[in-house]
Design a protein around this ligand. Structure first.
Ligand code: BG6
Ligand code: MG
Length: 220
């Protein structure tokens, strides 16, 4: 299938914000009297804020009334935003600008497809907002990855058929969402974890421009 548009996940693909999510969730866990490890944080990749808090409270064996639950969601996000506030273009992951620049030079449309409700401010901070032709984030979707909704809306906004879209993702749920959308999935990270992806790379430094060219010219 010939690729004519590209969709990027944000957290873990464009920027390494997982470390900030981790610090904010860990602070809340510690306040509530339990530990939260980096290994447990892996479960939070690609998962909505609400679902993350549900998992965190499960880990701590805590049940909460709705009001308290909502307050903790706000508290975690306020802590997370303090980290975001300090971000700049130096936090863009290696060779992401190379790939984005290559696609822009060829007038290939690109979209963001993220579960985060903070996607726009983060893209603004790292100065990538103007590069995207469409943004679909946690404010636009009703169904979380692995549901394909986020990527299907992105394809619609770019006016490209799903099967002609390529998705860059670092989360298992994200790769599944791309596959469920009938898109070409590229796993960024551990190939064993992201084994359902059509292609795997550890990071963007491993993605050659020739590979991108090949995706854009292959007819199947
Ligand atoms: C995803 C992250 O991109 O966004 C998750 O991988 C995060 O870890 C989710 O929980 C929601 O992010 P936010 O910024 O809306 O809390
Ligand atoms: Mg991600």
């Amino acid at each position: 299938m010939r690729a004519s548009a590209f969709v990027f996940d944000l957290d873990g693909v464009i920027v390494d914000t997982a470390k900030y999510h981790y610090l904010a969730w860990k602070k809340l866990a510690n306040e509530l009297g339990f530990e939260f490890t980096k290994e447990q944080n892996e479960l939070f990749k690609g998962v909505s804020r609400k679902r993350c808090l549900e998992i965190l409270l499960d880990i701590g064996g805590i049940t909460a009334a709705q009001e308290q639950f909502d307050r903790w969601m706000v508290e975690k996000n306020e802590d997370y935003l303090e980290y975001i506030e300090k971000m700049d273009a130096s936090e863009i992951l290696p060779d992401v600008p190379k790939v984005v620049g290559f696609l822009k030079d060829r007038n290939i449309p690109i979209a963001l497809g993220s579960a985060s409700k903070n996607a726009r401010p983060i893209l603004e901070k790292v100065k990538l907002l103007p590069s995207f032709d469409a943004i679909v984030d946690g404010n636009d979707v009703s169904k979380a990855k692995p549901d394909p909704e986020v990527f299907l809306i992105a394809a619609q906004k770019l006016n490209v058929a799903p099967e002609n879209c390529v998705v860059f993702e670092d989360a298992v749920a994200g790769i599944q969402a791309a596959n469920n959308a009938d898109m070409i999935s590229i796993g960024i990270g551990d190939a064993q974890i992201l084994s359902e992806a059509d292609y795997n790379f550890n990071d963007f430094t491993e993605i050659s421009l020739a590979f991108l060219e090949s995706l854009m010219s292959v007819q199947a």
